[in-house]
Write a protein that binds this ligand. Structure first.
Ligand SMILES: [Zn+2]
Length: 336
């Protein structure tokens, strides 16, 4: 709440609305608790000291603009530490076996923040800090990050582009800020194939989003066999969101959450979520609640594999057939 961005869409009212909605639903069966700040060593597993010190110093002098979209206020350093710390706490709960599902509901968001460049409302890359915590503290060798925010998680993609120990899958609107994330951007070196970008056109709604989850994200995950699934949970693909043009409904987000829940159950691995965007505050609060409600229920059976949208199938085959058998011509996702 002390990350003061004024009238910016990424504002404190988002968290207040989520808290109100979850409190009214008795926290959907979850156990709410405050998070500790991340430690500097946890941050430095992702970001260089110069990056971290820059944000800290800007906040200490009262704040300022990093770019036209990215604001630092006097309270932003503390807020950013707790946002990263919440993501770390999710990993600690999940990887210690204390919880099977956990969520971190903090701001500022994180997925646009690159290794050494805050941008797009994001100061520290919370989900990346979480993934590195899982590797460093719990020896997790394969983490899947599924980014369902409507914007491409360029920061997370950049941080893990050369890594095979993190599989990054993103569904995002295109064309849309930040303009990255084409299908043929697949990572490089040891990370080649471990970035799976699924851009969708403006107007894409529940059917497009859920078909990509069930026909591409889940099958690729089965092949990767992650030991941990982390969701970069943005809710700005919602039809009410003012910053993007997708048409996902509350029920669409519930369907996506159930599919990821089923995946975690099927693979026997824990699932966590770190809040990213979502700027229609009422829709954001409702949709976060539907995610928690879905995850508080017994996991459903894995969804049927639908045909992936044809427009993306040929590009997926061309980009990813070397790495993922599921995306070869005879793979299930390629049946459309
Ligand atoms: Zn977003």
């Amino acid at each position: 709440m002390r990350h003061d961005t004024g009238s910016h869409p990424e504002r404190a009212a988002r968290i207040a609305a989520i808290e109100r909605e979850l409190a009214a639903r008795d926290w959907c069966g979850f156990d709410p608790r405050p998070s500790a700040p991340a430690t500097l060593s946890e941050l430095h597993a992702v970001h260089p000291e110069t990056h971290v010190a820059r944000i800290r110093a800007l906040a200490a002098t009262g704040g300022g603009m990093i770019d036209a979209d990215t604001i630092v206020s006097a309270g932003s350093w503390d807020a950013a530490l707790h946002a990263a710390g919440g993501a770390v706490a999710v990993v600690d709960e999940l990887c210690s076996g204390r919880a099977r599902r956990a969520v971190s509901l903090h701001r500022p968001p994180g997925h646009h923040c690159e290794t050494a460049q805050p941008m797009g409302f994001c100061l520290l890359n919370n989900v990346a800090v979480a993934a590195r915590r899982a590797r460093d503290a719990f020896r997790v060798e394969r983490t899947m990050i599924f980014d369902w925010d409507v914007h491409h998680g360029n920061g997370t993609a950049e941080i893990f582009a050369g890594s095979s120990d993190v599989l990054f899958c993103s569904i995002h609107g295109s064309p849309l800020y930040p303009g990255t994330g084409p299908v043929d951007e697949i990572g490089h070196g040891a990370g080649a194939g471990f970035t799976v970008n699924l851009p969708v056109p403006p107007g894409s709604g529940d059917d497009v989003w859920t078909s990509l989850v069930d026909a591409v994200v889940l099958p690729v995950a089965r092949e990767y066999q992650p030991q941990l699934i982390l969701v970069s949970g943005g809710y700005d693909a919602h039809r009410e969101d003012p910053l993007a043009d997708c048409e996902v409904s509350d029920d669409g987000f519930a369907r996506i959450a159930r599919s990821v829940h089923a995946l975690g159950n099927e693979l026997g691995v824990p699932v966590g979520m770190v809040l990213e965007g979502g700027y229609a505050v009422d829709a954001l609060a409702r949709s976060v609640a539907t995610t928690l409600e879905a995850w508080a229920q017994p996991a459903p059976a894995p969804p049927d594999v639908p045909d992936a949208p044809p427009y993306v199938v040929e590009q997926l085959r061309a980009a990813h057939a070397r790495r993922w058998s599921i995306l070869r011509r005879d793979g299930a996702a390629a049946s459309a």
